[in-house]
Design a protein around this ligand. Structure first.
Ligand SMILES: NC(=O)N[C@@H](CC(=O)O)C(=O)O
Ligand SMILES: [Zn+2]
Ligand SMILES: [Zn+2]
Length: 427
């Protein structure tokens, strides 16, 4: 028996209360009053004053292995996840090779078992090599254990290909997860279309490049009945379409990243590619729409889109550097400090969007702090303020626009299936 003693947990009313969390055989056995007597022989960890949460779930992570191990590996990415309080992460298939066969799924599952310290759920690609030409073998990928199908990194450019993919996924009871980007509207643009692009003489990515795919795919989801999940929503127009689709009862869900809730293109200090990601930082109006959508449930869940790149790659400048920023180690501190500490949201609201809602959206048996649930837990310090220092990251990536931000909500211990996989005191 492992007992996390004297911590604070969220009760069913969404209020913090003091409790002991009892863990046995990888499962949460009991959540008791702190007056409950502790049995002899139990391993007791005193977490007084700390917040004990169900471990976070991130359905959008780039682990880069196989093929881009200089950016990240399953080992480094899963350590980064644990340091951020994440106990389950879903990894995107834009690796080399692309996760488009059962063999590659097996390889990832094997590596994750040997070297990963959190639960790693692979996605399979929609099209072979993510080229948009030919569908992968959905049956074989499902059999191998993927959680869904996505060509994240690129949009599926033709409606027919997407419709075929949706029909096949639906027949298998699997979701389609879509990176929404119409390439004919982008062509080489590195940042959002707007004042920043203009000022620096850069081409801009218009909002419609995202929203056109969202609108198209909602119609196709309606026609096929598939569970359709929209990746990294960044625009007011996409949100409008998703809101309407939900009202019509179409099976659509959506995710948003912390950076699209906290930064706009007006915040970009200059031509530093640590501010370059896809979709790009949009206008303040889009930021407001994303926040409102996560609040009212139009957007279901929070994800990081953790996208590590090497310092050399990011040094190529705004036009040439690859898109993407890291996110696993800053997501909760950013959201806690900027939305909960400020009194905009309750802690319960945030935690649900990082635990039980992603679990329910993707049918995962975790993400609940309750008796009988898997003991996937994060112990968090909500009081100590620390600066974001990329040199401390466990990810290989240092590409973040949040360097120097003073935040609270740092993870002190992460537990997966009842075992302590990471703690800030033993590293
Ligand atoms: N988000 C990003 O800016 N980059 C991602 C790709 C993606 O999520 O589309 C990557 O793989 O680097
Ligand atoms: Zn994407
Ligand atoms: Zn991504």
């Amino acid at each position: 028996m492992l007992i996390l003693a004297n911590g604070r947990v969220l009760n069913e009313q969404g209020e913090l209360m003091e409790a002991h969390v009892w863990v046995e055989d990888g499962v949460i056995r009991r959540i008791t009053d702190v007056k409950a007597e502790l049995p002899d022989g139990a391993q007791v960890i005193d977490v007084k004053g700390k917040f004990v949460s169900a471990g976070f779930i991130d359905m959008h992570v780039h682990l880069r292995e196989p093929g881009f191990e200089h950016k990240e590996t399953i080992a480094t990415g899963s350590h980064s996840a644990a340091r951020g309080g994440f106990t389950t992460i879903a990894c995107m298939p834009n690796t080399k090779p692309v996760i488009d066969t059962a063999d590659t799924v097996e390889l990832i599952k094997q590596k994750a078992k040997e070297e990963g310290i959190v639960k790693v759920l692979p996605y399979g690609s929609i099209t072979k090599n993510e080229l948009g030409r030919e569908l992968t073998d959905f049956e074989a990928l499902k059999e191998a254990g993927v959680v869904g199908f996505t060509d994240d990194g690129v949009g599926v450019q033709t409606a027919q290909m997407m419709k075929d993919a949706m029909a096949r996924a639906h027949a298998l009871g699997m979701p389609i997860i879509a990176h929404c980007e119409d390439e004919s509207l982008v062509v080489g643009a590195p940042v959002n279309e707007g004042p920043f692009a203009k000022k620096h003489g850069l081409k801009g990515i218009p909002n419609e490049s995202e929203a056109i795919h969202v609108g198209r795919d909602i119609l196709l989801a309606e026609a096929t009945g598939v569970h359709y999940h929209v990746c990294h929503v960044s625009t007011e127009q996409s949100i409008r379409l998703i809101r309407q689709a939900k009202q019509l009862g179409i099976n659509v869900t959506a995710e948003v990243c912390p950076h699209h809730l906290l930064l706009s293109d007006e915040d970009i200090p200059g031509l530093d590619a640590n501010w370059k990601m896809n979709p790009p930082l949009r206008s303040p109006r889009d930021v407001e729409a994303c926040i409102a959508a996560l609040e009212d449930g139009t957007i279901d869940i929070l994800v990081t889109d953790h996208a590590p790149h090497s310092a050399e790659e990011k040094a190529r400048g705004m036009q040439l550097a690859p898109f993407g920023i890291v996110g696993l180690e800053t997501a909760f501190p950013l959201m806690y400090t900027k939305f909960v500490e400020t009194g905009k949201w309750t802690l319960d609201m945030l935690i649900k969007r990082m635990t039980s809602i992603p679990a329910a959206t993707f049918g995962l048996n975790t993400g609940r702090l309750e008796e009988g649930a898997p003991a996937d837990l994060a112990v968090l310090d909500l009081d100590t303020e620390r600066e974001v220092s990329p040199e401390e990251f466990l990810t290989k990536g240092r590409n973040t626009p949040f360097t120097g931000w003073k935040l609270k909500g740092w993870t002190v211990m992460t537990i997966v299936d009842g075992s302590v996989v990471w703690s800030d005191s033993v590293q």
